[in-house]
Write a protein that binds this ligand. Structure first.
Ligand code: CA
Length: 249
């Protein structure tokens, strides 16, 4: 981390992007700093969960890279605490291959994406770039500026410019990915999307075994919309195929 971290910056540039890495393995942390700095970005490292949480809440970050197995405070707790206080910062979790449960829990707790160790540098950079693009532009790149900026659907109101949503005039707190997912659905009412299509459109890359990612985000989004599995007002399960958005009065 450079000394300029605490200096106010007026004109944001690519180099001003700030990434917090919470990782206790020194070798991996050094590798992450090396390769994330190339993006370019300013990278700060915390070697335990408690320090990581304090840093996460004390500064503005464009992305937080969060290991799940951490001393002092576990990654899932860090994820939950950060999400409770900051709905918008993208979180990329690092998980061990064996910890399927951690991965699912992490996504349920509000992580935007995960990488399974060991991962390639290129894959890491691609994931971080995707999260940075979204953080910078406030939307996935292909959504551009065409199309409506506000959608009203029954009691649901979604505003793309503000990236906020309301249900019966009460604001719903959404993570960046949840918002993207909701916007994608709401702008294509009636259309059935497979999980693979949602991954490609909302996450922007293909990957084997990512059904968990989609399922977890949809489950959380549905909970926030008040949708039940069998009695949904907005996001409906199309058995054996995927999901469909349709406002049911
Ligand atoms: Ca660890």
């Amino acid at each position: 981390m450079t000394a300029s971290m605490n200096v106010p910056m007026n004109v944001p540039t690519a180099a001003d992007r700030r990434i917090l890495v919470i990782e206790d393995e020194q070798d991996l942390a050094s590798l992450l700093v090396l390769h994330l700095s190339e993006l370019p970005a300013q990278v700060m490292v915390a070697n335990d969960g408690q320090t990581g949480l304090e840093l996460a809440l004390a500064h503005q970050w464009d992305v937080i890279v969060l290991d799940l197995r951490l001393p002092r405070l576990g990654g899932l707790d860090v994820c939950r605490e950060v999400r409770a206080k900051s709905a918008h910062v993208p979180i990329l979790m690092l998980t061990a291959r064996s910890s399927e449960l951690d991965r699912v829990l992490g996504l349920e707790l509000g992580a935007d994406d995960y990488l399974t160790k060991p991962f390639s540098v290129l894959e890491l950079q691609a994931r971080i770039k995707a999260l940075l693009r979204r953080a910078a532009h406030g939307a996935r790149p292909e959504s551009a500026d065409d199309g409506p900026v506000r959608i009203e659907c029954g009691a649901l109101r979604v505003d793309r410019a503000q990236r906020r949503a309301w249900l019966a005039d009460a604001e719903i707190t959404l993570t960046p990915r949840e918002f993207d997912l909701l916007w994608h659905f709401a702008s294509h009412p009636g259309r059935v999307f497979t999980r693979a299509e949602l991954l490609s459109s909302v996450w922007g890359y293909g990957h084997d075994g990512y059904d968990h990612t989609v399922n977890s985000h949809i489950n959380r989004l549905r909970a926030k919309l008040g949708d039940e599995r069998t009695d949904a007002s907005y996001i409906h399960t199309v058995w054996g195929v995927g999901y469909r958005f349709e406002a049911v009065a």
